[in-house]
Design a protein around this ligand. Structure first.
Ligand code: PGA
Length: 252
């Protein structure tokens, strides 16, 4: 059975003290939560990952990076490699977030290289994709999502997908307070699973976790997560408050 996942993308928030505080708060909240076939992941900034790993190693909380560089090492000022992440105990990475695509020019080609680097280094990947508002308004959202997946993921062998989690994040719903309705999320997730049936197999499609992301809050998580093809969420803003994030975890 595929896993349910609630992942918190902290983005460029929280210094070291705030990181420690939020993790402590989460651990306290999480004590009362029974996780049935569910995982909880947080993605702090690079500089706080090592601390986050050590603060969470006695808890159910797992730690992910928000990005990695595709090269092994070398003259890439300011970048962080898969090996550096592994060496501090991080083996999960978010790739393809819409903010990376929009502000850091991460094209499908670059994302393919990042995905390959992650796979070579035995990372689990949380791969993000999703349409812009104008794509949805012009009824192109299925086409856009299909090409984002085809261009980056569909050349991978089926064996790679045991370590890939998908995160459908319509760009118009990220940080805007506008959430896709539970039905819109279900419709897209079902479409995505269908693409995996076509490209690979029913078995693979059934095994892959598809998260929804975009303004998930304690008040709407339960309805979104109740849909059969929604296997959890990638949470931005609401992952920065221990109570909100753990309330979302409780909805899974
Ligand atoms: P949001 O962000 O929950 O603040 O909309 C989601 C994301 O960017 O992953």
């Amino acid at each position: 059975m595929r896993k349910k996942i609630v992942a918190g993308n902290w983005k460029m928030n929280n210094n070291i003290n705030e990181t420690k505080e939020l993790i402590q708060g989460l651990k306290n909240e999480m004590e009362a939560v029974t996780l049935n076939n569910a995982r909880v992941i947080i993605a702090p900034s690079f500089i706080n990952l090592q601390q986050a790993v050590s603060e969470t190693n006695d808890s159910v909380i797992e730690v992910s990076a928000q990005n990695l560089h595709q090269a092994k090492s070398g003259a890439y000022t300011g970048e962080v490699s898969a090996d550096m992440l592994s060496s501090v105990g991080v083996k999960t990475v978010i790739i393809g977030h819409s903010e990376r695509r929009a502000y850091f020019n991460e094209t499908d080609d670059i994302l393919s290289e990042k995905v390959n680097a992650a796979i070579e280094n035995d990372f689990e990947i949380i791969f993000c994709f999703g349409e812009q508002l104008e794509d949805r308004e012009t009824n192109n959202h299925f086409k856009v999502v299909e090409s984002q997946l085809k261009n980056v993921l569909f050349s991978l062998p089926s064996s790679a997908f045991s370590k890939v989690v998908l995160a459908y994040e319509p760009v118009w719903a990220i940080g805007t307070g506008k959430t896709a309705s539970a039905d819109q999320a279900q419709e897209m997730h079902q479409f995505i699973r269908g693409l995996f049936v076509e490209a690979y197999s029913q078995e693979l499609a059934d095994s892959i976790s598809i998260l929804y992301g975009g303004s998930v809050k304690p008040g709407n998580a339960e309805e979104i997560f109740s849909k059969p093809d929604v296997d959890g969420g990638l949470i931005g803003g609401a992952s920065l408050k221990a109570k909100d994030f753990s309330d979302i975890v409780k909805s899974i």
